[in-house]
Structures are given as structure tokens and as C-alpha cells.
Design a protein. Sequence first.
Lengths: 131, 191
Amino acid sequence: MKILHHSTPITPEVTLQPEQHHLTLRGECYPENPVPFFGTVLAELEVHLQRDVPAKLDVTFGLTYVNSASTKALRRLFVRLDRLAQTGTEVLVEWEHEADDELTVELGRDLASNLHHIDFEEIALEARATA
Amino acid sequence: MSLRTFQRLRHAAEQEGVLFCFDGELSHAAVAGVGKTVRARMAEAAVPLPVARRLFSAIVELAQNVVHYAADGGLGEAKHALLAIGHGDGAYWAAGANRVDARQAHSLKARFVALQAMTSGDIEAAYRRKLDDERHELDEIGSRGAGLGLLTLARHASAPLEFALEPLGEGDFQLQICARLDGREHPGRSP
């Protein structure tokens, strides 16, 4: 497993399992300027895809909070994934969220809206009681 | 500040149900600190999760994306802002204030006025459009979010956003925004 980005208080951990073609982003996501962070993630993904276009790519998101700047960047990532899926790669996007977290569910649906080639799955995790 | 003035501040904070207040430069580290502290504070105050998530979103958007660049700073400089969250009158609220120049004030006023006239459905539609809008990274108010921050704030609020632009002299204004968040599961205004 390759760690593409170590988590910080405001950016998620990003890991890639190259053999399994599995990219995971987990943690908080609210950098004010998302360009350096997302730029790295997208660049690493492109490197991986250029090596060998996989038959299947899995992307798991477990983001606790995403600010509006990151939302735009994530949308671009989703669009990229959808384009990849259009060219023959089976793309599975697993969108993890706490069971009662409407905001994260809504965000996932916004990010995947009108993208018809990715396989978008919502994964409900057990809810906490309080913040 | 004299003790008397501090007492007035403390009484006002208590009366208004202030849960958290920050006045300072919003550097990278400061925003991370605000985020961490607000999460802890909301847990301590047993803010129900559904509204806590929206309150957190509101304070981060107020801190970051509503106006990206302060009037007294340039590109890339940390901006000075006053941020607060609280509970009173049966609802939670998030508020922020920072200095903007005349040009920003003019654009912001137009945006807020337009927002105040929009229904939840209108805001949703505008949000979806902005999400895919690749036209300009930096719009006329210097916001990298291209207005998505303000729409996010409006979207999660339970009533139209309140705002004020107080003239400061020298052509600048103090922008003040207040968002009300009810404890309801499904926020939204009547269409």
C-alpha cells in the first residue's frame, strides 16, 4: 500500500493499493486552498492509470467533513472517474457515511449527479450519539 | 479593555448563548484550531449531530470561502475575522465578520439580496450549477469558491441569511453575516 498523502487536521489520508487498483481517501477535508492537495491526488492517479489502464478501479471515500472549495475539486475527480469508466474501466465509488449523516449523503449524491458511468454506492456506517 | 467592559462582554455572550468565539487571523493553523475546538465545544454542549454538522459547515464556510481575501491583506495573506456560534431563541446560529473593500461590498450586497429572494429549490439549483461552473476560479469578490461557499451557507441555514455592510471609512466595509440553524432534521424555507 502506498500512502499518497498523510492525514493532517484538515486533509484526509490518501492511500493507494496499486495491485488491487484501490484508492482510499479518509478523514477531514477542509483546506482553504484545495489545489495543492487535490493536485497531488489527481497527479498520482494519472501516473497509476498511465502505467496500466485497469479493468476495474475502486475508490473509497470516508470523509467526515468537506468544505465548499474541496467539493468543487472532488466534483472534478468524480468527472475524471466517470470519463475513465466511459473508456471501459469498471469504476466503483464507495461513499461511506454515518447512518444519520444527511449532509454527507447529500454531498455524495451531488458529486455523482449526472454521472452515469461510475457505479456509485452509499455505505452507511453505525451512527454516533453526539458530536 | 477594563474589567467593566469585559463584564459587559461576558454578560452579552452569556445572554446570547455564545458557544464559541474567535477573533483573529485565519491562518491555516488557526482554521484547523477553530475546527478542532468547535467540534469539541459542540460535543461538550451536546449539540444534536444533525445540527452540529450544519453548524460546523457554517463556521468553516464563514471562516474560509465567503470572502477569500480581506480588504487589508493581499493575495495569500491570512485574513482577520470574528467568528462565533451560539444557541438561543430556539435555534443555533453561526456568525462571522470581516473587512471588505468597496468593490467586494458592492458584489456581496447584490449576492445577498438575490439569495434572500430565493427559495430552497432555487438555492439547490444554483448550487448544482455552481458546482460545475469552471469559468473563473477567482470571481469578482476574490472568492476561489466562485460563490459555492455562500450557497453552501444558505443551503444549510433554516432562514434567509442576514447580512450587514457597515461603512468603515477609507472606502472599506465591515461585512457581517448571520446564519440561523434550527434543530430540525430537514432545513429549508417555505417555497
